[in-house]
Ligand binder design. Structure first.
Ligand SMILES: Cc1ncc(COP(=O)(O)O)c(C=O)c1O
Length: 352
C-alpha cells in the first residue's frame, strides 16, 4: 500500500535490462555514443519532430531549470501556477539557472492556470519600463500538481495567449505519459501541435531509474541549452546510461503501458474512495495522483497497517479528535497492484 509517490516505485525490469545492454564494452562519453543517438532518434520519431533537439538529464529539476533558462533572459518572468513544481519544489533552481528571472504566479482551479488571469498578468508585466521585470515564458505542468490533466483545448487556450505576446511555452512533463494516456492523444498533439516549444519529458516517475529528456522544437535554442547543461554540471560523461533508460522506456510502447496501468490504479482507488461516505475529493481524479481527505481515525488505521502516503499540504498534527478531517496525497505507479488498492480501500471503509 505504497502511495507516497510514483518515484518511490522500483525501476522496471526492462529498464534494468536496457542498462545492462548498454554496459557492454566501451562507448564515447558526453552523449557521443550510439545509444544516445538511438534514443534521440526514437524521441524525434515519436514526437513527429525530425528537427527537434533532444537531451537527457538525470532530474526533473535540471530539465525544467535548464529548459526555461534557455528560453528567457534574467530580467524576464516565467508565468506558472502557484502549485507548480518549479515554484514549490525546486529550491529556486529555475530562477538560479535563469540568472535571477522571476516566477509570476497565475492562479486557477485544480492546479491549472486560468487563461484570463494569464492574459491579465502578461498585460500588466513590463509596462513601467526599466522598473519592471519583462515578459518571459509560460510554463505549464501536465499532469498538474493537483493531479488533474489539461486537455488539448485548455493547453491551446494558454499557448494562444503566449503566442499573441510572442512568449515561448514550456511543458513540465514529469508525468507526461500519464497525461497523454489520460487524453488519448499523441505526443505531438500534446506538445508542438498545441503550441508547446520545449518539453521536460519525464521517465523517472514512470519506471525509469533517473532520466528526463528535454525536447526543444526550435533547434536554434540547442547550442545555448548545451552550454547551459555543461556549465550547470548536468552533462553526464556516461550519458549512454541515461539514454539506455530512455531507449528501453520507449521500446515496444513500454512507457504507454506503464502509464496506463498507473492511471488505471488511480481510477480504481478513486472509484473505491468515492463510495466511502466520509471521503471528500479536493480535485477530480484524472490520472495517477489523488488528493482527498477523510477522518483521522481512517488515517491512523491505514498507517498502522503499513500504508504510505503524504499528508497534504503539510504534516498532520500528532494528536487530534478521531473525526478530525485530514487530507492525503495518494500516488499510484506502474508497480501498484489492485490487491494493494483493495486492501487500502477496506481499511478506509472500515472507519467511515
Ligand atoms: C511536476 C513535477 N515536475 C518535476 C519533478 C521532478 O523533480 P526531481 O528534480 O525531483 O526529479 C517532479 C517530481 O516530483 C514533479 O512532480
Amino acid at each position: 500500500m505504497y502511495f507516497a509517490s510514483d518515484n518511490s516505485a522500483p525501476v522496471h525490469p526492462k529498464i534494468m535490462e536496457g542498462l545492462a545492454r548498454a554496459n557492454n564494452g566501451y562507448a564515447s562519453g558526453y552523449g557521443n555514443d550510439a545509444t544516445t543517438r538511438q534514443a534521440q532518434a526514437m524521441i524525434r520519431e515519436l514526437f513527429e519532430a525530425p528537427e527537434a533537439a533532444v537531451y537527457f538529464v538525470a532530474t526533473g529539476t535540471a530539465a525544467n531549470a535548464l529548459a526555461l533558462a534557455s528560453h528567457i533572459a534574467p530580467w524576464q518572468g516565467i508565468y506558472c501556477h502557484p502549485l507548480a513544481h518549479i515554484e514549490e519544489d525546486e529550491c529556486g533552481a529555475p530562477e538560479f539557472y535563469a540568472g535571477g528571472a522571476k516566477l509570476v504566479l497565475i492562479d486557477g482551479k485544480d492546479g491549472k492556470m486560468d487563461p484570463a488571469n494569464l492574459r491579465h498578468r502578461i498585460e500588466n508585466t513590463g509596462n513601467v519600463g526599466v522598473h519592471n521585470i519583462q515578459r518571459g515564458a509560460v510554463s505549464i505542468t501536465n499532469v498538474t500538481e493537483a493531479g488533474t490533466v489539461y486537455n488539448l483545448n485548455e493547453i491551446q487556450a494558454l499557448t494562444a495567449i503566449a503566442r499573441e505576446y510572442k512568449l515561448p511555452v514550456h511543458l513540465d512533463g514529469a508525468r507526461f505519459a500519464n497525461a497523454m494516456v489520460a487524453l488519448g492523444c499523441t505526443p505531438a498533439e500534446m506538445t508542438w501541435k498545441s503550441g508547446i516549444d520545449v518539453v521536460s519529458f519525464g521517465g523517472t516517475k514512470n519506471g525509469c531509474m533517473g532520466v528526463e529528456a528535454v525536447i526543444i522544437f526550435d533547434p536554434a535554442k540547442a547550442w545555448e541549452f548545451e552550454l547551459r547543461r555543461k556549465r550547470g554540471g548536468h552533462l553526464c560523461s556516461k550519458n549512454r546510461f541515461l539514454a539506455a533508460q530512455m531507449e528501453a522506456y520507449l521500446t515496444d510502447g513500454l512507457w504507454v503501458r506503464l502509464a496506463k496501468h498507473a492511471n488505471a490504479m488511480g481510477s480504481l482507488l478513486a472509484t473505491g474512495l468515492e463510495k466511502i461516505e466520509s471521503v471528500t475529493f479536493q480535485h477530480p481524479q484524472q490520472a495517477n495522483m489523488l488528493f482527498c481527505g477523510w477522518p483521522r481515525a481512517g488515517h491512523e488505521l491505514a498507517q498502522a497497517a503499513g500504508s504510505m502516503y503524504y499528508p497534504w499540504p503539510a504534516e498532520y498534527p500528532e494528536t487530534g479528535p478521531a473525526d478530525e478531517f485530514l487530507t492525503a496525497r495518494l500516488v499510484t505507479s506502474w508497480a501498484s497492484t489492485p490487491q494493494d488498492v483493495d486492501k487500502f480501500l477496506e481499511l478506509i471503509a472500515h472507519t467511515g
